[in-house]
Write a protein that binds this ligand. Structure first.
Ligand SMILES: NC(=O)c1ccc[n+]([C@@H]2O[C@H](COP(=O)([O-])OP(=O)(O)OC[C@H]3O[C@@H](n4cnc5c(N)ncnc54)[C@H](OP(=O)(O)O)[C@@H]3O)[C@@H](O)[C@H]2O)c1
Length: 305
């Protein structure tokens, strides 16, 4: 099968290659999924799990991509809840070969049913951004109706989900980002917008929850805006910065079938809109990821037309 692999950490995205790899087999509790569409987060290349397995052994060449939508083609021993031919979407294990490939083997519990009226491209755009927003707001941030949320990068993949889910939950949302994204953030539901390059973040005053996707100085300045009893949730990870102030939570998104179901239900009934940017074929994916123009929204690789 065709797959996009990396083997040289120093080469970064330029080291991506489209190659032939053997089709994966289903291990215990696994299913094999024929991938129709796949998502990719560029920061994957910075994660140790892209390069080693859980015992820190080199696992290169590793297949990139960890979110997908597709169709189940085989069930491993012990698999429950899914059947061959079923449409699914979900989040693949960080430490195993991923979804920028024609087939992927992954644990059944990391997948949820994808209803027939939701396109594979939409399904593949949701697992990382949707689950990250859901878990950050409701599990880690314990958001309540009437609270205020500072949603950084509100026009981006995660931020647009944060903005919509927080508004639906009854929060007041202050979106941030670059000036060019003001309208897009407002269209996703931000009540206000702060242009981080031209406006003064300190003018925001106190908020109950900061959802940080940027890190660094912006994260530090945002921490000062959190009201007593509030939370700063960040997803940028230790590579950029690690909060040390006690009020911050730094987490990595996990797959969750029930939450995927909540997200897809909202897509179907119009409460949630996905944020797909460029859509490319697998043959063009390496060029797409290496392109230098500014991305807007989630890049989705359509593995099958
Ligand atoms: N821990 C986890 O589980 C987890 C899960 C998902 C995502 N993440 C991380 O979260 C981050 C965001 O992911 P994403 O997929 O939402 O990315 P994205 O679609 O690129 O969204 C980020 C948004 O923030 C804006 N932005 C970034 N730096 C900015 C700055 N200094 N000033 C103003 N705007 C700025 C970006 O604009 P530009 O494109 O112009 O920079 C973009 O609109 C990434 O670092 C990703 O690795 C972590």
């Amino acid at each position: 099968m065709k797959a996009i692999v990396v083997a040289d950490q120093a080469a970064g995205i330029a080291g991506m290659k489209l190659v032939e790899r053997p089709e994966p087999q289903a291990a215990i509790n696994d299913v094999v999924v024929r991938v129709h569409a796949s998502g990719f987060v560029p920061t994957e290349l910075e994660w140790p799990s892209t390069w080693t397995d859980r015992r820190h052994h080199d696992r290169t060449p590793s297949i990139l991509g960890h979110e997908l939508a597709g169709v189940v083609t085989a069930l491993g021993y012990g698999t429950t809840g899914l059947s061959v031919g079923q449409r699914v979407f979900g989040l693949a294990d960080w430490y195993r070969d991923g979804t920028l490939a024609e087939y992927v083997a992954m644990e059944a519990r990391n997948l949820a049913p994808l209803p027939g009226d939701v396109d594979f491209t939409v399904g593949a755009s949701l697992p990382i951004s949707g689950l990250t927003a859901w878990q950050g707001l409701f599990q880690h941030g314990r958001l309540q109706a009437g609270q205020s949320v500072l949603a950084h990068g509100a026009a981006g993949a995660v931020g647009s989900m944060v903005t919509q889910l927080a508004r639906e939950a009854g929060a007041y949302v202050i979106g941030t980002g670059r000036g060019a994204d003001r309208q897009k953030a407002v269209d996703f539901g931000a009540n206000e917008f702060v242009d981080l390059e031209n406006d003064d973040l300190d003018d925001v005053g106190g908020v109950d929850l900061v959802f940080d996707v940027i890190g660094g100085d912006i994260q530090k300045r945002s921490a000062a805006l959190v009201r007593t009893g509030g939370t700063l949730v960040t997803v940028v990870g230790p590579a950029q910065s690690r909060p040390t102030d006690g009020l911050s939570i730094d987490f990595v998104v996990e797959s969750d079938r029930a939450q995927l179901g909540e997200i897809i239900q909202r897509i179907r009934d119009g409460r949630l809109r996905t944020n797909v940017g460029k859509v490319s074929a697998l043959d063009d994916a390496v060029a797409t990821f290496n392109a230098t123009e500014r991305r807007s929204g989630k890049t989705v690789i359509r593995v099958r037309p």
